[in-house]
Design a protein around this ligand. Sequence first.
Ligand code: FE2
Length: 413
Amino acid sequence: MTFNVKNPILTDLALMEKHLEKMSTELSQCYEQIMLLYNLSTHMNLDQSNATYLQLACDQLTQLIPVEGIAIFLEKKIDGAKRLVLNAGSGVIALDPNAADILQMHLTAELTAGKEALLDSQVDNPFKYAWPEQIRNILAVPVGPADKMMGLLVATNILNKPDFDSTDVKLFNSVANQCAVFIENGRLFDDLKELFIGSLKALTNSIDAKDQYTRGHSERVALISRWIAEHLKETHPLTEKEIHHIYLAGLLHDIGKIGVSESVLRKQGKLSDEERSIILSHPRIGASILSEIPQMREIIPGVLYHHERYDGKGYPEGLSGQDIPFSARIIALADAFDAMTSRRVYRDAMSIRRALSEVEKGVGCQFDPIAARAFLDSPIDQLWKVIQDGFIETWDYSNFEEYGTKAVGALIR
Ligand SMILES: [Fe+2]
């Protein structure tokens, strides 16, 4: 005889087990979502580009929510009009930037209607909007606040379930918010950096202006130093950060002249011993000024030793060869090159060709061989454009062709 009566205790246990299993799955998904957001927040390092960070966001999202295509479009001004430009993504999104503009319009309509996202699918219903035929379902959320949207995050064709759901919407919105914070921080950081560099340029220009023959010298030395640093790639590769420090050190290399009077700087005849010792002290004064600013610590060696020579005959310490910090060896070369190609009260500017042959002669005695070689082997004829583009003042280059490539230094002072 068999009994077909269900044991109520066993039934309850089975239900509880099912419930527990569901909770544990949900908890593990929740944990993964939190980890994703945590990962994104720990990667908010402003040294990386928007594209790198946004790509990380897309990659991490697709690990949790597998989709056929994911993309982040950001607004960019093109010919005066705001357009969406693809910044990151993977897979086949089936939307080109033109279609993204239409998507943004539909997303704005959904947000205005009080929705958190645009969620359109043909799984249960016909599509609300018209999409390219490859799209089965689509989820789009704004990057940035709805009223100041800076772009959008979009995914198409979810792979592990029939349709996107409200949990996906929440996660997409959280990730898009993190992306917006990163982009906004980057903009603020760039503004601050620009303000900072602008203030330094104004300061060094005021020092250079003490002598009409050194007008613009610091900015040019900064640009030439960066040019050399960038052309060291194969022989002595430097990081972006190191190159930026060299640029800053080049810009501030003569900041110690702030304490040297104009009469000494402009003096044409022989300097007295006292005047000479004042001039020779400017690297130390510069280093001492910068030592008060913790963020400037990295650039002090370039400033302090920019008058050292490779053969040890420079100042202030008479260091030689590798004992001279590398940044200072680069700035020393840029400083000398700019001085040679600048007009002085007692001589005209040297032609570029002549100045380059002087650099060649100085390899291993006045100049560091690695830096000098990189400089001599670089496409110097393009340097004038770099100087023109990076310069705070505008210069008339209309006659550049007439001067040809020798004009780098001669034309800009
Ligand atoms: Fe100097």
